[in-house]
Design a binder for this molecule. Structure first.
Ligand SMILES: Cc1cc2nc3c(=O)[nH]c(=O)nc-3n(C[C@H](O)[C@H](O)[C@H](O)COP(=O)(O)OP(=O)(O)OC[C@H]3O[C@@H](n4cnc5c(N)ncnc54)[C@H](O)[C@@H]3O)c2cc1C
Length: 421
């Protein structure tokens, strides 16, 4: 048994008698004349694209990307669109470069994973077999955590997944036209991009000031201060020193219920009325992961490999993975590249040896825009020593500045280029 090498499952061999007959292939390196190992990547976001592009470049695997959206829209930097500073097109890209890279793209949603049969099954009933599976489907909202949210879903979009930002922008436009109370809630960790709800509040507040809108942005934080602690300083600086007139910040105000009829939110600090509300809900990995027995709230993976603890053919990356790293696109992309390289080594029959000492885990950069042209940079490096939990080292701009504002847009363009070609 070679647990970290190519799993040597039954797979199609070109020219093997009856067309399409599955033939058991012995040995772990791809035998001459056989089909290339099949790698299925679920999710064409930050993590999935990192994996699919790297695998395609390796030239040793047949790569299939399963993604229901016909194009890509970035969550990072999209506050600039939501608050009306930039057009949506600045944050959207086509999948043409993915297609040109020789990746087979299936525009469907994966409904279930048949681990025993090594196949994913799409909502349209398509069965796609794999030798290796990379899961990067992002997050699902825990709607049941907020009483009444399911009934209010259409009117209160979260906008923390691709393309949902368009519905949040409509709410912001209504608010900027009429004024009133715009409530933004911040969930307790772990959640996707912790600075993002504050950044949204800042860029909308900047528009309020510019347009002379009468009203308030009410920021309901489930925690006593922005978390994790290293990011608190620049965010509290934005709340207290830049937007004191526009933002009411209420810490320890975990959200428990929404009454969409009366337009009132119930929180640990009392009831809060709203004209518009952007409720950022608590999050977990999509149901697909739990139903396949790969973890509870998030997927259980081994570090540093990101291989599932339950299944050596499966890797779970990005925000679906239950690891103490920031839920960031930068980390997701880097992890996609890393697991693709691991798979390519396993295809060659040369799996990576277990680390003998400290190793670096994928690093992340998050941006917190405080004005439309000034941001704070949050840099996170992570290391793992065998037998110990990962160690994180934060480097954070204590205040926002123009260099980080410019840097954030350059970072976005560079990352989207790496992901989408
Ligand atoms: C407002 C905001 C600001 C952010 N700012 C930053 C930042 O500055 N820097 C940073 O690094 N990160 C930032 N992030 C975080 C970043 O967006 C996420 O960490 C990143 O998107 C995670 O990548 P992922 O691959 O796990 O998920 P995603 O990028 O969400 O990709 C998941 C993909 O899977 C698809 N999918 C879902 N279910 C299925 C299924 N069943 N079958 C097939 N496909 C499926 C989805 O359609 C989606 O395309 C921000 C996030 C938000 C919301």
């Amino acid at each position: 048994m070679r647990p970290s090498s190519f799993p040597c499952t039954r797979r199609r061999v070109l020219g093997a008698g009856l067309a399409g007959t599955a033939v058991a292939v012995a040995g772990c390196a791809t035998p001459a004349g056989s089909a290339r190992p099949r790698v299925v990547v679920v999710g064409g976001g930050w993590g999935g694209l990192g994996a699919a592009r790297t695998l395609a470049r390796g030239g040793k695997a047949q790569v299939t990307l399963v993604e229901p959206n016909g194009g890509f829209m970035s969550c990072p930097l999209s506050a600039h669109y939501i608050a009306g500073w930039q057009p949506a097109s600045d944050f959207q890209r086509s999948y043409d470069g993915v297609d040109r890279a020789g990746i087979e793209r299936v525009r469907e949603r994966v409904q279930s994973i048949d681990r025993a049969g090594s196949a994913v099954v799409t909502a349209g009933g398509k069965r796609i077999g794999y030798d290796f599976l990379v899961l990067s489907p992002g997050i699902e909202y825990m709607e049941e955590a907020i009483t009444g949210y399911a009934q209010a879903r259409e009117q209160l979009p979260v906008g923390f997944r691709a393309f949902e930002q368009i519905a949040v922008r409509e709410q912001v436009d209504r608010f900027l036209a009429k004024g009133g109370n715009f409530v933004i809630s911040v969930p307790a960790p772990p959640s996707r991009c912790p600075p993002a709800p504050y950044e949204r509040a800042f860029l909308i507040a900047e528009q309020m000031r510019r347009k002379g809108v009468k009203g308030k942005i009410v920021l309901l934080d489930a925690s006593p201060a922005p978390l994790p602690p290293p990011i608190a300083k620049p965010l509290l600086n934005g709340i207290k020193n830049v937007y004191a007139a526009e933002i009411d910040y209420i810490p320890n105000a975990g959200l428990t219920a929404v009454d969409i009829g009366r337009r009132v939110l119930t929180t640990a600090m009392g009831d809060v009325p709203f004209t518009e509300a952007n409720l950022v809900l608590p999050q977990r990995a999509p149901a697909l992961i739990r139903q396949a027995g790969l973890g509870e709230r998030f997927a259980a993976v081994k570090l540093p490999s990101f291989q599932s603890q339950a299944d050596e053919k499966i890797y779970v990356i990005g925000d679906s993975a239950g690891v103490p790293l920031p839920k960031s696109g930068h980390v997701a992309f880097g992890t996609g590249v890393q697991v693709a390289q691991d798979i390519l080594r396993r295809i060659d029959g040369k799996p990576a040896p277990a680390p003998g000492g400290m190793v670096a885990l994928p690093a992340g950069i998050c941006w917190a825009a405080v004005t439309h042209d000034q941001a704070a940079m949050i840099n996170v490096a992570a290391t793992l020593t065998p037998g110990e939990p990962p160690k994180l080292a934060f480097q954070v701009d204590p205040e926002h500045n123009a260099a980080s504002g410019k840097g954030s847009m350059e970072w976005g363009r560079q990352m989207w280029g790496n992901m989408l070609g």
